[in-house]
Design a protein around this ligand. Structure first.
Ligand code: AHG
Ligand code: MN
Ligand code: MN
Length: 341
């Protein structure tokens, strides 16, 4: 068998830089910071059970959710990697009450901000289920050289210049978009490089998987209940009943559905009237990826996720994302029976 050398993530970024006429190298540097932090998290997650990294850290984040040791470690790692390279002027994270201003000289003149969920699905970590990192990149609105402001962070999803996730699964992968399609890179731990294993990812127009925490069914809006019943009805033309698959780890659920085709639902429910997922660092980046792969992402009122004007850093939104034709069927149900609490 001939050896096969796939393009590495570093090579891919350099090769595609010509598509960005104003690229100054800052963006590539930002990506190498994310790539390096992802490698560190890959390493730590793989030894979590051995190195006393499982379990709770002892504190809560601003949303009152218990922080796990790996949430804190992932947050600190991504912050440090980004700050050390002078490539971002501000960072917002699920694990930080407020956004972080990087005005230490090294970073003041940079033009990008990053929003992130450093470790998504972290409650799964103690039982060896896949977790992820989600990131979203914007150009700042405030002038270079000044301090970042709210307006830099409260931009609509359609202003994202890049977004992606890292999935720490049976293999570690980085999947990202800069608005020119979606590409997936698999990490080879023996070489320490990410290689282009999934070029130009497209999601099927119609899938056969629906993913929702069905235990909350009684709390869902009528439109969502109707759609779930629709998924379960027999119909040869659309291959129903669909298969139900729900890991409870957003990145893993989305990654599977992106490849096989499917729909992911996190609706409003009485414990979470606005849904559970966060607009800025969970829904928007995932919506950007899903749309770039040919799918769609909408809220409970049927609004395109990336058109929503954010009002606060940690706001939540009912989130539906996946194959185009499945979202269309859902829309019919939301229109007729309602998609909000
Ligand atoms: P996080 O670990 O970043 O707080 O996110 C957990 C999220 C997400 O990964 C998943 O889709 C969702 O929680 C699952 O929620 P339920 O347990 O309510 O289904
Ligand atoms: Mn999350
Ligand atoms: Mn998280």
């Amino acid at each position: 068998m001939k050896p096969h050398f796939m393009q590495t993530l570093g090579e891919f970024i350099v090769a595609n830089q010509k598509d960005y006429p104003n690229a100054s190298g800052e963006f590539s540097a930002l990506f190498s910071a994310i790539r390096l932090a992802a490698k560190v998290i890959h390493r730590e997650i793989n030894k979590a059970g051995l190195a006393d990294l499982a379990g709770l850290a002892g504190g809560d984040n601003i949303q009152g959710e218990a922080q796990r040791k790996l949430d804190v470690l992932a947050n600190d790692t991504f912050k440090a990697a980004l700050a050390a390279r002078g490539v971002v002027c501000g960072i917002a994270s699920e694990e930080e009450d407020h956004y972080i201003l990087l005005d230490d000289g090294l970073n003041t003149d940079s033009k990008y901000i990053v929003l992130m969920d450093p470790l998504d699905g972290s409650s799964n970590i103690d039982v060896n289920v896949s977790v992820g990192t989600i990131f979203s990149v914007y150009k700042r609105r405030s002038p270079v050289g000044t301090k970042v402001t709210d307006a830099d962070f409260y931009q609509r999803g359609n202003e994202q210049v890049a977004a992606g996730y890292v999935i720490y699964g049976s293999s570690t992968m980085m999947v990202y978009t800069t608005g020119q399609g979606v590409n997936g890179f698999t990490f080879d731990p023996t070489l320490g490089v990410f290689s282009l294993s999934h070029p130009d990812m497209k999601t099927p127009e119609l899938g056969q998987i629906y993913s929702v925490n069905e235990g909350n069914y009684v709390h869902f809006p009528d439109g969502v209940k109707r759609y779930i019943k629709y998924c379960q009805v027999e119909d040869a033309a659309t291959s129903r009943p669909y298969t139900s698959r729900y890991i409870g780890s957003l990145v893993s659920d989305i990654h599977r559905n992106l490849i096989y085709g499917g729909i992911f639902l996190y609706p409003s429910s009485s414990p979470y009237p606005e849904g559970k997922l966060r607009l800025l660092y969970e829904c928007n980046p995932i919506a950007f990826l899903v749309e770039q792969a040919g799918g769609r992402a909408i809220s409970g009122s049927g609004q395109r996720i990336m058109d929503i004007q954010p009002e606060s850093l940690h706001e939540r939104v009912p989130f539906f994302a996946g194959s185009r034709r499945m979202i269309e069927d859902l829309e019919v149900c939301l229109d007729e029976f309602g998609g909000k609490g």
